[in-house]
Design a protein around this ligand. Structure first.
Ligand SMILES: NC(=O)c1ccc[n+]([C@@H]2O[C@H](COP(=O)([O-])OP(=O)(O)OC[C@H]3O[C@@H](n4cnc5c(N)ncnc54)[C@H](O)[C@@H]3O)[C@@H](O)[C@H]2O)c1
Length: 326
């Protein structure tokens, strides 16, 4: 990689952790400055566990910082050399945006503005930032292509991700920052997120508690394994595009019911299912068209849902002794 000093936001988060770990394991000459506010949207104990692993590397520096605070963010980095920023920190989750809309505007809109302002002030030429499949809203044309009109989001979370893409376009145009937005499609894997379906299913199945199955099991998702997402982020870092958006998915949409049957099989336990209607803000089906990201990023997802869930459930069982208390 051509960079020697990276700022990674959301470093204690699921995707941020895996990206940092991949780079730290592979490139000894790259220094990573990781920031995260370690909020309690889900258990900060899990964020601490991820950080404990990253802190084993001498070239990783962590700072607890809320990037929605401009003064603190700027003061922290004004003297530090940074070649590129990977902006993964955000208030994630569609459902929580109904309960607490303010934190989405604060972290995702104001926070992202601060990250781009930091890049402008420090003359950082490159930003790779997280967008989401949720920007496609209730579109029923499949698969989702990057050039589809995305003016009808159905959750505030999605609206903030669309606004991030617009902001990136402005900063790229005005200040020449190379900005690449990556629309992630339901990412899963080891050290994943406790608010997401696979974690909740595995936890409840092992605890012999019922699992909540939304849209009566008819939800369809293009689940994407974490190592494929990390590969996509690294490719985006290595390319020089001025202002582009790419889907990072798996191009293999599956019904939730099928994913649950795999989790049951790999955990060796039956799930007690409680069927519920679709939740407000949720999209019934996602499916990524990968033509553009294959062609321009060389992106090529390798892990099937069967293989990915096998790895995830093995990790979950092996680590159950601490996971059950998270
Ligand atoms: N996991 C997915 O399936 C998925 C899908 C689409 C998009 N995304 C996006 O990818 C990115 C990473 O997601 P993730 O799954 O790792 O989520 P995550 O919640 O595990 O990680 C995000 C991290 O950002 C931190 N953070 C939030 N607000 C902050 C602030 N104001 N200042 C500093 N840190 C802050 C959180 O503490 C958290 O550790 C997010 O932008 C998310 O919206 C994720």
């Amino acid at each position: 990689m051509k960079y020697t000093s990276l700022l990674i936001t959301g470093a204690a988060g699921f995707i941020g952790f895996h990206l940092c770990k991949y780079i730290l394991d592979k490139f000894e000459d790259i220094r990573i400055f990781g920031i995260d506010n370690l909020n309690d949207y889900y258990s900060p104990k899990l964020k601490d566990r991820r950080l404990d692993i990253l802190k084993n590397h001498n070239n990783f520096t962590f700072k607890k910082l809320d990037f929605s605070n401009w003064e603190e963010t700027y003061n922290e980095f004004k003297e530090i050399e940074i070649d590129a920023i990977i902006h993964l920190g955000a208030q994630a989750g569609v459902r929580y945006s109904i309960e607490n809309p303010w934190v989405y505007i604060k972290s995702n809109d104001l926070g992202t503005l601060n990250v781009f302002e930091l890049a402008r002030k420090k003359d950082v030429q490159k930003i790779v930032y997280a967008s989401s499949s949720s920007v496609y809203g209730g579109k029923t044309e499949y698969p989702y292509k990057e050039d589809m009109c995305i003016d009808s989001p159905i959750s505030l979370y999605a609206a903030t991700k669309i606004s991030n893409e617009l902001l990136a376009s402005v900063y790229s145009h005005l200040y020449g920052i190379n900005a690449i937005g990556l629309r992630f499609f339901t990412v899963y894997g080891e050290f994943g997120r406790p608010d997401m379906a696979f974690w909740k299913f595995a936890k409840n199945i092992l605890s012999e508690a019922p699992i909540e199955v939304y849209n009566y099991g008819k939800m369809v998702r293009d689940f994407t394994y974490i190592s494929d997402i990390v590969d996509g982020i690294i490719s985006a870092l290595n390319k020089n595009y001025k202002n582009e958006i790419f889907n990072l998915g798996n191009d293999n949409p599956v019904e939730l019911e099928y994913a649950i049957s795999l989790i049951e099989r790999y955990l060796g336990k039956h799930a007690e299912k409680k069927y519920l209607p679709i939740q407000p803000g949720d999209i019934p089906k996602t499916w990524a068209d990968l033509e553009k990201s294959k062609k321009m990023l060389g992106y090529n997802p390798k892990v099937s849902i069967e293989d990915g869930l096998k790895r995830f459930t093995k990790w979950f069982k092996d680590n159950w002794y601490w996971i059950k208390n998270i």
